[in-house]
Ligand binder design. Structure first.
Ligand code: HEC
Length: 113
């Protein structure tokens, strides 16, 4: 009886681990894209254009660094990336694919409440 119970629970555990691994892979991809395509404007330091503008706008009411924000909605990030015209050129799907965009959004919203 006991052995049957253990064997029966294995697929559930395997599924849970697979889900966590997929989530880790998505976040890793998102971070890679962030470092490659965003960090040079949104990284630490006011000499970075995005950080400079956001620091001036929020005056410490919100973090100037995107990686420290917990309030960015996924839809907002996607809209900024695809359509922004203020100081930040939009990224076309040939530059950041929809899958990469999803990973990037997952990375930037990972600490959201
Ligand atoms: C060429 C520099 C540059 C690059 C590259 C860049 N950004 Fe920006 N980003 C800016 C600037 C400047 C702003 C502020 C624009 C404004 O609102 O006037 C901004 C604003 C944003 C905002 C809005 C933040 C808010 O509080 O409203 C988000 C989200 C954002 N960027 C995400 C990204 C992501 C994700 C990437 C990488 C795929 C990226 N940006 C790449 C310069 C850049």
């Amino acid at each position: 009886m006991r052995r049957i119970a253990v064997v029966a629970s294995l697929p559930i555990l395997a599924f849970a681990n697979g889900g966590a691994a997929a989530q880790d892979a998505t976040l890793a991809l998102g971070e890679r894209i962030y470092l490659d395509k965003c960090e040079y404007c949104h990284g630490d330091g006011v000499q970075k254009g995005g950080t400079y503008v956001l620091q001036a706008r929020y005056q410490d009411a919100l973090p100037a660094l995107l990686t420290e924000r917990t309030d960015l909605a996924p839809e907002y990030i996607s809209a900024v990336l695809r359509t922004w015209t203020n100081g930040m050129a939009p990224f076309r799907p040939t530059e950041i694919s929809d899958t990469e965009l999803e990973a990037l959004v997952a990375f930037l919203t990972r600490n959201n409440e």
